[in-house]
Design a protein around this ligand. Structure first.
Ligand code: ZN
Ligand code: ZN
Length: 421
């Protein structure tokens, strides 16, 4: 699908967003954020020969492993991908942060915390027809920030209106009603909507952001995981058949965090700190906490620690956190912000990153593990979930063949728009 020509010779054929230049697409371009798609899922599905379109992309286009932004959670990485920049630039470094001034935990999912523009909004502003479709409604406001185009969530697709979302009758478009928030079909609904819009020639650029519900409860190569991989692959094939250049990245990987007998392997950081310093003197924030706790119990591989009592020595807190079994790395908040390109004003005294195979929690009483319903805890957030697939349906041009070192997941729009033949 070619871009509509506006006849405006002055109209820019590229946009600059957060210091990077993006060409307006000459071919329809679809970028998929394959939520929680650890490279191991792709490898297992390829080995089982159930993902022919992904395999073809990897063989005939481009495939590499990229680093996700830290912490390896959904919101910071989705925003990094659409901003083409790390959290230090866009300002969102988790679902929740602790406001030391007010002593309140504040949700970071709305656009209010965002301090960078998106590639999507800029492309739309330059005349491209853009669609942002997300499985989870919690991401929509941020992805749709300043976007003049189509923007809706699968979760609330039935409520989409022309005025609010740039589209109506999504049910009619996709051919089925919007799935519930714990239905794996939520992700497939996103992809089907993208396929229909591109087949109908209604968009030039689509950002399709899935949910990691399946990966939280199914290991790579398992029946559930492979069935989902095959279902996604079918939609990827339809996007390519409709003429789209397809780029696929993940927001983070996913790892098992359970003991051999199936019990979750969790280090409860707040319980340990209360035992050392007394209750109420430190505050542990689990930035994975979100309305979708059912599949991970708000347990992930990364927590922030704030000292709420000035009499407590932050250095002693660092030492105490470092001594907890299951903490792989602990560093002062300011150092963590510098090393991992996170906004420093959201950091507290310390950041703790889980050792591989462990999850970090606050107090045991804060986390409802019964919600896991007997499945092994699988989650993300730390360095062990940083490696993600980076796949394009077309080969790289000569210039971008030289740019493949130190790939980040948020390079995907740069590569999909500027870097393929
Ligand atoms: Zn995610
Ligand atoms: Zn998740």
């Amino acid at each position: 699908m070619a871009l509509r020509e506006t006849g405006d010779a002055q109209r820019s054929r590229a946009v600059t967003v957060n210091g990077r230049r993006y060409a307006l697409p000459t071919r329809t371009t679809a970028v998929i954020c394959y939520d929680g798609c650890d490279p191991a899922y792709v490898e297992a599905a390829r080995a089982a020969a159930i993902v022919p379109h992904l395999a073809q992309m990897m063989d005939e286009g481009f495939a590499a492993i990229a680093d996700a932004a830290m912490p390896t959670f959904t919101n910071p990485n989705n925003l990094s991908i659409v901003c083409g920049a790390p959290p230090s630039v866009h300002g969102i470094s988790g679902n929740y942060y602790f406001d030391e001034a007010t002593g309140r935990e504040t949700m970071m999912v709305d656009a209010e915390g965002m301090r960078a523009g998106t590639i999507l909004a800029a492309l739309a502003g330059a005349g491209a027809r853009v669609a942002a479709i997300t499985a989870k409604d919690k991401l929509l406001k941020a992805l749709a920030n300043d976007l003049d185009g189509i923007a809706f969530s699968a979760e609330r697709a039935d409520d989409a209106t022309l005025a609010q979302n740039g589209i109506e009758d999504v049910t009619g478009l996709v051919g089925r009603a919007a799935p519930s928030q714990y239905d794996p079909d939520l992700s497939l609904f996103v992809l089907d909507a993208g396929v229909r819009l591109i087949e109908a020639g209604r968009v030039d650029v689509a950002y399709l952001s899935l949910s990691d519900l399946v990966q939280h409860s199914h290991a790579p190569g398992s029946g559930g995981a492979n069935a989902f991989m095959a279902a996604v692959d079918q939609r990827v094939g339809a996007l390519i058949a409709a003429g789209a250049t397809v780029g696929i990245v993940a927001d983070h990987g996913m790892n098992d965090m359970a003991h051999g007998d199936g019990r979750a392997r969790v280090a409860y950081v707040a319980d340990a700190l209360d035992a050392t310093f007394g209750p109420g003197r430190t505050r542990v924030i689990c930035p994975i906490t979100d309305p979708f706790v059912r599949h991970h119990g708000a347990l992930g591989g990364f927590v922030r620690i704030h000292v709420t009592d000035a009499a407590v020595d932050p250095a002693a807190v660092l030492a105490a956190v470092g001594a907890i079994a299951g903490v792989g790395r602990v560093l002062p908040g300011a150092e963590a912000a510098a090393e991992f390109e996170m906004p420093p004003e959201r950091e507290g005294a310390a950041v703790a990153i889980a050792a591989p195979g462990y999850a970090l929690g606050a107090h045991a009483a804060d986390h409802d593990l019964s919600a896991l319903a007997g499945t092994r805890l699988r989650s993300h957030g730390g360095l062990a979930e940083r490696r993600v697939p980076f796949i394009l349906s077309r080969p790289l041009n000569a210039a971008y063949q030289q740019k493949t070192a130190n790939l980040r997941n948020y390079d995907i729009f740069d590569f999909a728009l500027n870097g393929v033949v």
